[in-house]
Design a protein around this ligand. Structure first.
Ligand SMILES: NC(=O)c1ccc[n+]([C@@H]2O[C@H](COP(=O)([O-])OP(=O)(O)OC[C@H]3O[C@@H](n4cnc5c(N)ncnc54)[C@H](OP(=O)(O)O)[C@@H]3O)[C@@H](O)[C@H]2O)c1
Length: 326
């Protein structure tokens, strides 16, 4: 019988990719319902309970929570309360509702639960110690989920790009404005944080594979790390500068200069982890491995997901694109 899924936060980068894969019936799965922020606020536990109770066909087997408050710098100030409510407390409510109806919760978390001082890939059981309000709020969410249910999964990922606002959209806009002469001078990109960028669509596929494997075996959940892998040719972790360089080379801007700057020079309000590479051994043990970040980036740039990003971050890039002739 098909595993029935519910997705919350369905209009975010990960949410859209989950909905697309589930709507296509990937791995025999079925989309029972998808709720955007406007349709269901995950911090309203009573609303979550009635949404699941009212589902035609009964409770789902799995609920994937792709909703989050991701504005890292705002979490330090005006977004502090939202961060705790959405990232910290709401996942606990989702876990309680899922337990009550017998559904497995898959909750998504982040490398920001770690301090960023590791020197080799961080294993799933490494002690978290966040240095930002965002990281603390996400860790609270993890703790609430894991305390509520042995079946629940916490899937940590890093540096997500997909159909939505992201680093790729910001860099492509900067590049286009320089080509048109609206901006001058080199781009400036941080070169002292190391990590693995992760395509939301690959993450979605990995989450469905993990949840499917655990449902089939009846195993408990726990913490999993899931990120795109290293580049086959240059396996060292990359910086945001490396990622921007690869992106601009792939998109036809090889001549565009990018200056390397430090995190301190970037002026961000919240500190950033200097090292975010996570070891994904537990997922690999279940046969779930994501391809390299470079393969993933190449696929994203050729996919309709890039258009979604540009619509949000640089609509002028779409207006300038050649129209297909009838
Ligand atoms: N983006 C990254 O670089 C990154 C890195 C590591 C981990 N992660 C984690 O990966 C997961 C997916 O991230 P993403 O990049 O797909 O995020 P995203 O694109 O920002 O999407 C998050 C979605 O959650 C929705 N949302 C916010 N508050 C909500 C609420 N109270 N109830 C219901 N929905 C709500 C947002 O809707 P509105 O926009 O309408 O508010 C948005 O559609 C998150 O758990 C995130 O913490 C992300």
């Amino acid at each position: 019988m098909a595993l029935r899924y519910v997705v919350t936060g369905s209009r975010g980068q990960l949410g859209r990719c989950l909905v697309r894969r589930l709507s296509a019936g990937e791995g025999g799965a079925e989309l029972a319902a998808a709720f955007s922020h406007a349709e269901l606020d995950i911090s309203d536990e009573a609303a979550v309970a009635s949404a699941l109770a009212e589902l035609p066909g009964g409770a789902p087997a799995v609920l994937v929570n792709a909703a989050a408050y991701n504005q890292v710098d705002a979490c330090e100030g005006e977004g502090a309360d939202d961060a705790v409510r959405i990232n910290g407390e709401a996942p606990g409510g989702l876990a309680r509702v899922c337990e009550a109806v017998g559904a497995r919760l898959v909750h998504v978390s982040t490398d920001y639960v770690f301090p960023g001082d590791a020197r080799e890939p961080i294993p799933e059981d490494a002690p978290p110690s966040p240095r930002t309000a965002y990281g603390r709020s996400k860790l609270l969410g993890e703790e609430r989920v894991l305390a509520s249910s042995e079946r629940a999964l916490v899937v940590r990922t890093s540096w997500v790009f997909g159909p939505g606002r992201n680093f790729v959209g910001a860099i492509l806009r900067q590049a286009r404005l320089r080509r048109t002469g609206e901006l001058t001078g080199p781009l400036r990109v941080v070169d002292d944080q190391r990590g693995h960028p992760t395509y939301a669509d690959d993450l979605a596929g990995g989450i469905l594979a993990l949840a499917g494997a655990l449902e089939e075996s009846g195993e408990a959940g726990g913490i999993f790390h899931l990120c795109n892998g290293p580049d086959e040719r240059e396996p060292a972790p990359i910086t945001w500068w490396d990622f921007a360089r690869a992106l601009l080379d792939l998109q036809g801007y090889p001549e565009l200069q990018i200056d390397r700057i430090s995190t301190a020079e970037s002026g961000a309000a919240a500190p950033r982890p200097a090292y975010s590479v996570m070891g994904c051994e537990r997922a690999a043990g279940l046969g779930v491995r994501l391809r390299s970040w470079r393969q993933a980036l190449t696929a994203y740039l050729a996919s309709p997901d890039l258009r979604v990003t540009l619509e949000l971050q640089d609509p002028a890039a779409l207006d300038a694109a050649p129209q297909a002739s009838a």
